[in-house]
Design a binder for this molecule. Structure first.
Ligand code: ME8
Length: 524
């Protein structure tokens, strides 16, 4: 039977800046889900990449005194390097300056134009180059004669001929799709719920204010004021609005316009992971464009929250940008991956603090999990001649083992809802149970009094550790791999289905070594 397929995407990041912790975070969440799904018998297509067109990038290149292509080649590489530093398992890395992407954008534009979904008009409005977005006059604030967008970016009055996309036509259909029940293939699921409500009322309000079909609700989709972009087919004075170009990346990588391409079977995407700043683009413009082109819409958009640094907004001007590369150098890759998804409920804002990072790593990884593994495996070395005891009756600890057996299902459920923190909490809750079990049974004392029971207890603990290590692979690939090595689990028995088959008793286990190091918090 063919494996079920799943398509997961990250935003494509602007190359006007170096990658920071926010970028690493979105891609990390996507990576963990991709790895979990692969372990759980799915065929996964995981896409990330860079967004290289638009006025903002053109300006950044100019400021750096570089040609835009040379500039984007250089900065895009930094994002590609980040995927290696963070251990991302993406199947493709798309750049919007690639020919395949220009072809896809051109083809999509032509389809929209042929279907009468695009028309030529004039655009006037307040435009923020930094956000690549127009704002309504009521959204602006003024200081010293300069008007600013809600994001803090200065805006300028722009008037130019522009092509428009008939967004207005699709808004009622979007509302219908937001409201469809779970399981309906046409549903556009926006998560978390609070974001869904926001988007829903934004669309409903627009329809109320301007009326269905009003041109005021249409989207300006081309620019003549700069040139760094994909040219509009048939009218090369215009380049496509960068968001039209950017969003199209998700179908380019699936082979569009060739809907017979092998990869096209992955479309529609199962989850677009995005930050909360770009929800509207993904839940309004993008599905409307797809509908207008007669293509299926992505199933879910999950918008996560914002990271602050020790309570402060992360910004270049404050000089408090967290560099993922130096974080990984300081604490190690797996601990950083663990912390980012453990600390903050996915979907909410979170604060990055070294103190909580150190506490989590020491308390949960080194003390709870690391010690459990080390104690269990050392006892097997010492008291069982280094051989895995046979699986025996549960005696005491049946309840504990039942909890372990239920874990894979719990993780599946949690991760299907992108509840990364709860998935990790479920594993940690079981680790705490296991520590209670080992303390209660005190297998180190059973050697003399009841060696049979000792062997059974150690075997149960081994079973639990194997389950934890298997399930933690998506979060901490290297450490979980080492743990599985120490547990004697062969490479072909490391997926989730394999947890259903016990390892044969009697196999020799290698000598254990510590999996995590404790970290000292520098004195304040
Ligand atoms: O918006 N906390 O690219 P971008 C958490 N090119 N996540 C953060 C963050 C923070 N402080 N800062 C950034 C773009 N992010 C467009 C996307 S998609 C078709 C085009 C993450 O480089 C978050 O995922 O500005 C956010 O959505 C993304 O970086 C924005 O990246």
């Amino acid at each position: 039977m063919a494996k079920p397929s799943i398509y997961l995407t990250t935003p494509i990041y602007y190359v006007n800046d170096k990658p920071h912790i926010g970028h690493a975070y979105t891609s990390l969440a996507t990576d963990v889900l991709a790895r979990f799904k692969r372990l759980d018998g799915h065929e996964v297509f995981f896409l990330t990449g860079t967004d290289e067109h638009g006025q903002k990038v053109e300006k950044a290149a100019k400021d750096a005194g570089e040609d835009p292509q040379a500039f984007t080649d250089r900065v895009s590489q930094a994002f590609r390097d980040l995927t290696a530093t963070m251990g991302f398992s993406n199947d493709d890395f798309i750049r919007t300056t690639e020919p395949r992407h220009k072809d896809a954008c051109t083809a999509l534009w032509q389809v929209l134009a042929e279907r009468g979904e695009i028309y030529l008009g004039d655009y006037e409005g307040w435009y923020a180059v930094r956000d690549e977005a127009f704002y309504g006059p009521d959204e602006l604030t003024e200081r010293d004669g300069v008007k600013y967008a809600p994001s803090g970016a200065p805006v300028e009055w722009v008037r130019e001929p522009s092509y428009f996309f008939r967004l207005s036509k699709w808004l009622p259909e979007l509302l219908r799709r937001y409201d469809l029940p779970e399981g309906n293939p046409e549903r556009i699921d926006i998560q978390p719920e609070s974001r869904r409500n926001e988007v829903r009322s934004f669309v409903a309000q627009g329809l109320k204010d301007f009326g269905e079909g009003s041109e005021k609700l249409d989207l300006s989709v081309s620019r003549t004021s700069f040139t760094w972009g994909v040219k509009v087919p048939g009218d090369e004075k215009h380049v496509m609005y960068v968001w039209v170009d950017a969003l199209t990346n998700y179908i380019t990588a699936a082979g569009y316009p060739d809907t017979n391409a092998e990869r096209w079977r992955f479309w529609p995407a199962d989850v677009h992971f995005v930050g909360k700043d770009i929800v509207r683009f993904h839940t309004i413009y993008w599905p409307a464009m797809l509908l207008a082109a007669g293509l299926p819409t992505a199933r879910r958009v999950f918008a996560h929250g914002w990271w602050t640094n020790e309570g402060q907004k992360i910004s270049k001007s404050l000089g408090n940008v967290i560099d993922p590369v130096s974080l990984v150098e300081e604490y190690g890759l797996d601990p950083v991956r663990y912390f980012l998804l453990r600390e903050v409920p996915f979907g909410q804002d979170g604060d990055f603090s070294r103190k909580s990072l150190v506490n989590r790593l020491n308390g949960e990884l080194a003390d709870a999990l690391g010690n459990l593994a080390n104690r269990t495996l050392s006892l097997i070395q010492r008291n069982c001649e280094g051989r895995l005891p046979e699986a025996g009756d549960a005696v005491v600890g049946r309840e504990f083992l039942e909890g372990v057996v239920a874990l894979p299902g719990q993780l599946r459920e949690r991760l299907d809802r992108q509840e990364f923190h709860l998935a990790l909490e479920a594993v940690m809750a079981s680790v705490r149970d296991a520590n209670g079990y080992i303390t209660l049974e005190a297998p180190w004392a059973l050697k003399k009094t009841d060696p049979v029971r000792m062997a059974v207890v150690l075997r149960h603990l081994h079973t639990a550790l194997r389950c934890y290590a298997t399930l933690l692979q998506p979060f901490m690939p290297e450490t979980a791999g080492k743990m599985l090595d120490q547990l004697g689990v062969p490479a072909e028995a490391r997926d989730i289905a394999a947890l259903g088959t016990a390892l044969p008793g009697g196999i020799a286990l290698p000598a254990p070594a510590p999996l995590f190091r404790k970290i000292e918090l520098p004195a304040a």
